[in-house]
Design a protein around this ligand. Structure first.
Ligand code: KIV
Ligand code: ZN
Length: 517
């Protein structure tokens, strides 16, 4: 069988990237896009870790029907029961249990013997099997585990009922030849391995995640765990788009296929960028801003004569829209709807009305409206990712070479309130004013401004990361005025904080579970 299953863990391992926290509604939006992309499995979260993580898995399980929905659990009864509960409404649910198997983790983290580890792995798989047929077992830090013990654990997990066994390179330590050798050993020594799908899960600490993944697939692995834009713990996970396009472009060397609709890759990458505020670096393969840009004259000359001279794949293959000049002041709703459709976004009547309102405002401020502007409109303000408790009503800023002053009026659950603030620059002054209006302690951690399109009148996208009462949250917004976008991004993060507070209060009220990992 040459089909390789794609297990997307953007919403679980990916969300563990610093600053990539998403609300349950944002995760649901991303899950629908992953469904459109054609992934086989969506790892939706780690339900025991927090009430909003639980809710995220629960909502995805209830609404996203085609892919398998997986939930992560440590090898403990409480974790497994919680994962099973979150998956109750899934069409096809999977419990993914894991335990570390390397001596270094056993001795220093879990403080247990290899025998106890083996027992816990088997007990976890057996417990998960009571809830569902589809159980995945992962040996955390597998690539630094004694290979004889790894074989023993895998054999026991398969005998206990695991239908997928995963060999994670948790700390991104292995290299292609070594990983391939581990696969060869497992396939030759583990009894019953033909009854399970062998999975790979690579981290990118040495920049080898995709190379290692390809080596493991050559060695017989048939499930690949990866994330959009390669986000994930530390240096990230293997990037879905890089692995999938390596198979597509180099099918001569890698005769494997996936169910991925590559034309949806760019849309998935953009959506994740907008939701998390984490932009892929410009030279990132496949989805970076420069991935298809030819700068050197000699390259441009070649591409004009024949694209094959310098292009191994076309932007269209991954769904990058052409940077065409599109609509203007006199364009109507139907033309806007049609252009969104051409870009691959189907809007309902309400969505189109909202987008049209933003589009008209944009036309007043900007001479030409490009595809990227339209996508920015769509992602910022057209879809609500958290209930909108706080709304910006008015912003007035005075700035110059001396300290800046701002006055901000917001709506808070229907109530209007206003405050003034001072700071070093217009954004700092606006944030100082906002702090006086909201019931949270907010610390700004990071703020980035990106322009969606070239030119002085470009739409500016502001992404920021704040710590609200100890929790890291991101906010994003777009406007032709970066101060306005900054304030809206700040409120976007605070609306998420308000939702998380409400969820936590509710969970505390009606549950006896202990949360946290
Ligand atoms: O990197 C890792 O080991 C993991 C496991 C939980 C699969 O993410
Ligand atoms: Zn991982």
């Amino acid at each position: 069988m040459n089909q390789v299953l794609i297990f997307d863990t953007t919403l679980r391992d990916g969300e563990q990237s610093p600053g990539a926290t998403m609300t349950p509604a944002e995760k649901l939006r991303m899950a629908h896009q992953l469904d459109a992309l054609g992934v086989d499995v969506i790892e939706a979260g780690f339900p025991i870790s927090s009430p909003d993580n639980f809710l995220g898995v629960q909502q995805i399980a209830a609404e996203v029907r085609r892919p398998v929905i997986a939930a992560l659990a440590r090898s403990s009864d409480l974790d497994i029961d919680r994962a099973a509960r979150a998956l109750e409404r899934a069409e096809r649910g999977r419990i993914h249990v894991f335990i570390a198997t390397s001596d270094i983790h056993l001795a220093h983290k879990l403080c247990i013997t290899r025998e106890a580890c083996l027992e816990r792995a088997v007990a976890a798989v057996e417990r998960a099997r009571r809830y569902c047929e589809d159980v995945e077992f992962s040996a955390e830090d597998a690539t630094r585990t004694d290979v004889g013990f790894l074989c023993q654990v895998m054999e026991a997990a398969i005998a206990a009922g695991a239908s997928t066994v995963n060999i994670p390179d948790t700390v991104g330590y292995t290299h292609p030849a070594e990983y391939r050798a581990i696969m060869d050993t497992l396939f030759s020594r583990v009894k019953g391995i033909e009854r399970a799908v062998v999975s790979v899960h690579c981290h990118n600490d040495l920049g080898l995640a995709v190379a290692n993944t390809l080596a493991a697939v050559e060695g017989g692995a048939r499930q690949v765990e990866c994330t959009i834009n390669g986000i994930g713990e530390r240096a990230g996970n293997a990037a879905l788009e890089e692995f999938v396009m390596a198979l597509r472009v180099r099918g001569d060397s890698y005769p494997f296929h996936t169910g991925i609709n590559t034309g949806e890759i760019y849309r998935a990458s953009q959506l994740l960028t907008h939701l998390t505020g984490i932009h892929p670096q410009p030279n990132k393969a496949i989805v970076g801003k420069n991935a298809f840009a030819h700068e050197a004259g000699i390259h441009q000359d070649g591409v004009i004569k024949n694209p094959l001279t310098y292009e191994i794949m076309t932007p269209q293959m991954v769904g990058v829209p052409s940077n065409a000049l599109v609509l203007g002041k006199h364009s109507g709703r139907a033309a806007l709807g049609q252009r969104f459709r051409e870009l691959g976004y189907e809007l309902d009547a309400d969505g189109l009305d909202r987008a049209y309102g933003f589009f008209k405002l944009l036309c007043d401020r900007k001479k030409t409206v490009l595809d990227e502007d339209l996508i920015a409109i769509l992602h910022h303000g057209n879809i609500e990712d958290a209930p909108q408790r706080f709304h910006l009503r008015e912003l007035y800023v005075v700035c110059g070479t001396r300290r800046s002053e701002a006055r901000v009026r917001i709506g808070d659950d229907g109530r209007e309130c206003e405050a003034a603030g001072e700071g070093d620059g217009p954004l700092a002054a606006s944030f100082a004013a906002l702090e006086g209006l909201v019931p949270f302690r907010v610390e700004l951690q990071e703020l980035e401004v990106h322009s969606a399109t070239p030119g002085g009148d470009a739409v500016g996208e502001v992404s920021l990361r704040v710590r609200v009462d100890g929790k890291e949250l991101t906010g994003t917004a777009a406007s032709t005025d970066v101060v306005d976008a900054g304030v809206r991004a700040y409120l976007n993060a605070l609306n998420k904080a308000a939702q998380i507070h409400a969820l936590e209060a509710k969970a505390l009220e009606d549950s006896s579970y202990l949360w946290g990992v």
